[in-house]
Design a protein around this ligand. Structure first.
Ligand SMILES: Nc1ncnc2c1ncn2[C@@H]1O[C@H](COP(=O)(O)OP(=O)(O)OP(=O)(O)O)[C@@H](O)[C@H]1O
Ligand SMILES: [Mg+2]
Length: 386
């Protein structure tokens, strides 16, 4: 099969490697040359994926069987046409299109499906935001409708934060939409990603929950299995099943939840492998999240997903701008037992850019905090040099 991968970061790279292992052909696309997934694909294209015409041109040039989006910032409205042309969009045109904009997916989850979410409203001006804040209450979180990795996101604690939050959200907005969601701050005890696999001819399957910690809008460490009560897990699984069914298609989704005293809140989802799911690269499961995505995409049956180990991942970040980053401490991290790592091969670095990940695993009975500690100190042994 020929797969057109839209977005060529580290998650795409692992997906391509999984696809290569079973003889698929992949063309990797991104806005810059030598992106991680391009380094392992059969071919590549450099375009602005928000440009519908550029997207059309690449699709008609390569005539793929599958279009696999790896990021949100794509002119996903075009996907409905590609589907009509007989190309399988992964997991579905609707899933990719709805999750590109927070409004579509949030209204689907909260209004149409009745899932529990933080109270929220939308605003298209500082004045409307003020009204929204009044309605949902403080503290509250403001996010541009189109953004990811925490860009443009801030928390309002007092009235004087409102104007700043609006400005910050406008600056952090992607695309042509200047609109924000304002949602009540959920005092959660923990947050999880539930990797959910929908199959073309088979049941929806769940991976063991993944816990994670966020900073500056990006995840720092993730671990599997996360400690979740049976009741909360049931609730999360039910919500994940509902929302993925409504979006349709086959593939792996990363469904994000907050676990609070008053129950489980649906937050958002990625219709594709999730960054916190990189923990599965440590060998926690019989198939990692990229292998699961590939199987679901190709319609290959997945008999079961088994949890084999406790695992953790910790990010390796750059601290400076560089056109030619190099790495120290590789021998150190390689010498650690039960530790593995990835260096993504990104051609350039900037402060806080994710350049690699440390992976730790341990027998299932090991307290997961210990495994996280191992991953964190392993990550600290690697330095990205400008
Ligand atoms: N309503 C909320 N209450 C409390 N914390 C929140 C709320 N919304 C977001 N957060 C915190 O901010 C993080 C990022 O939010 P969210 O996932 O909505 O943004 P994002 O930019 O789409 O991130 P990403 O694309 O990296 O998943 C969450 O994982 C959570 O830690
Ligand atoms: Mg998120």
């Amino acid at each position: 099969m020929k797969i057109l991968l839209l977005g060529s970061g580290e998650l795409g790279k692992e997906f391509v490697i999984a696809a290569q292992r079973i003889g698929q052909t992949v063309i990797a696309v991104d806005s810059y040359e030598n992106a991680p997934a391009m380094q392992v694909a059969h071919g590549f294209e450099v375009i602005n994926m928000l440009d519908g015409n550029a997207l059309d041109a690449v699709v008609s040039k390569h005539q793929p069987d599958y279009i696999v989006p790896e990021i949100e910032a794509i002119r996903t409205e075009r996907f409905y046409d590609y589907e009509k042309q007989g190309i399988t969009v992964v997991p579905s045109a609707k899933a990719a299109n709805f999750t590109m904009n927070r409004k579509a997916i949030r209204d689907l989850a909260a209004k149409e499906l009745g899932l529990k979410t933080a109270n929220y409203l939308y605003a298209t001006s500082a004045e409307e935001l003020r009204k929204g804040v009044e309605a949902v209450g403080m503290p509250c979180v403001v996010k541009p409708l189109m953004s990811s990795s925490g860009k443009g996101q801030s928390t309002i604690k007092t009235e004087s934060d409102i104007e700043k939050a609006w400005q910050y959200a406008v600056e952090g907005s992607r695309g042509d939409v200047v609109e924000v969601i304002v949602e009540a701050f959920v005092k959660f005890n923990s947050e999880i990603t539930l990797l959910t696999v929908t199959q073309r001819n088979g049941n929806t399957l769940f991976c063991a929950p993944i816990g994670h910690r966020q900073e500056r809008g990006d995840y720092q460490e993730s671990w599997q299995p996360a400690n979740v009560s049976d009741k909360d897990l049931q609730e999360a699984q039910n919500m994940a099943r509902k929302v993925t069914e409504a979006l349709g298609g086959a593939g792996l989704f990363g469904v994000e939840f907050f676990l609070a005293d008053d129950g489980v809140y649906f937050s958002e989802l990625s219709p594709r492998p999730h960054d916190t799911g990189m923990v599965t690269l440590s060998g926690t499961q019989n198939f990692n999240e990229f292998e699961l995505h590939l199987r679901a995409v190709l319609g290959l049956p997945i008999a079961e997903i088994t949890l084999e180990k406790a695992g953790a991942s910790a990010v390796i970040l750059a601290s400076a701008d560089s056109q030619n980053p190099t790495y120290s401490g590789i021998e150190k991290i390689a010498s650690l037992s039960n530790v593995d790592f990835r260096i993504f091969g990104k051609p350039t670095s900037r402060p806080y850019r994710r350049m690699g990940v440390a992976l730790a695993k341990a027998p299932l009975e090991t307290p997961v905090e210990e495994v996280v500690q191992t991953a964190v100190s392993a990550a600290q042994s690697v330095t990205v040099n400008p």
